[in-house]
Design a protein around this ligand. Sequence first.
Ligand SMILES: Nc1ncnc2c1ncn2[C@@H]1O[C@H](COP(=O)(O)OP(=O)(O)OP(=O)(O)O)[C@@H](O)[C@H]1O
Length: 357
Amino acid sequence: MSEYGRRAVSDDYQLGQVLGTGGFSVVRIGVRKEDRLQVAIKTLKKYGYGTGKGKRKGKGHAGSEARMWQAEALVTNEILVMMRIVDYVSPHPNIIHLLDVYEDDDAVHLVLELCRGGELFDRIVEQERYSERDAATVVGQIAAGLAALHHCGIVHRDLKPENCLYADPHPEAPLKIMDFGLSHIHNVTNAVVGVFGSMDYMAPEQLNMSGTMPANDRWSLGVILYILLCGYPPFRAKTTRDKQRRILTGAYSMEEESWGCISLEAKELIRGLLSVDPFVRPSAAELLSHPWVSGESATRELIHEAVFIRFQAFNARRKFRAAAYASIVRTKFQLRTKYLKELIGDCILTGAELEDL
Ligand SMILES: Nc1ncnc2c1ncn2[C@@H]1O[C@H](COP(=O)(O)OP(=O)(O)OP(=O)(O)O)[C@@H](O)[C@H]1O
């Protein structure tokens, strides 16, 4: 971090292939010139995509002004949180490590450790099938990361499967929590970003903006666990309003047939994590010592085949939506089907899905 603000990122790193794009960022592979170390370089545009710095000074459209404000707030937020992680958390096996920061007129570049193992749900889909024990290992790794973050006052606020990447393709590789753009540090950052993030994983108190607290992340973990064990999300509805209502009242069920094969301990854990009252949810430390999470009671028996098939379908839809969302934000709501198709890659879309977009 010693060179922050003095050198250009291209002085020290060769920039390579794009790994992914987010609403306000692009992530590329980088190679450190000094020792050929491969890294991920996340470039956060200070004023958002498609809005040059010059425009900021002019009388911009109200919408683009708001977007620039959002971009600046998100960049500042992410840097503050990453710095806090460097000071108080790193190195931690379950939290992405920040190696360096560079800044130029338009962007901030975060040099991060490179995760080559893919997203959490993608790896699970690649396996033939999985067991409760595998799900418990995932919960244990995320809980360990959350315990470290919460201990130093950081609430992630956007915990979801796409923000959990495996360090490398090895089966025992650690799972890392990343993407701290919406995170909050107690007494340091303003929760400036309001209701952003994915509603599917958002706790009731986040949705009605009544509280930013570590328990927010434990609800999100409960949603991830629920999906792992049945292949669909707990709060499903035809309209956003109905989904909001379900989340706010904790209206989900574990009655469907395949839940019959899931252990009582796992169901109890889900009930705890998905309690509408945040103070009832188990703490990250309690999670780590929970017998199901620590592996003493979680079975190695393979999960029901129907669950795995549903999980695959859910993951394909999820990837499609994420690609579409990134496209919408980055093209400022002007959808271009050709670009969308490029983004979506292998994900097969029906005509109706494309039309919907
Ligand atoms: N350290 C990393 N190693 C490997 N790939 C990464 C790394 N960081 C990010 N990526 C890839 O880049 C993509 C975008 O990164 P990231 O989610 O951090 O951007 P974002 O703008 O915060 O996204 P969003 O708008 O969806 O929150 C990720 O989905 C991931 O595939």
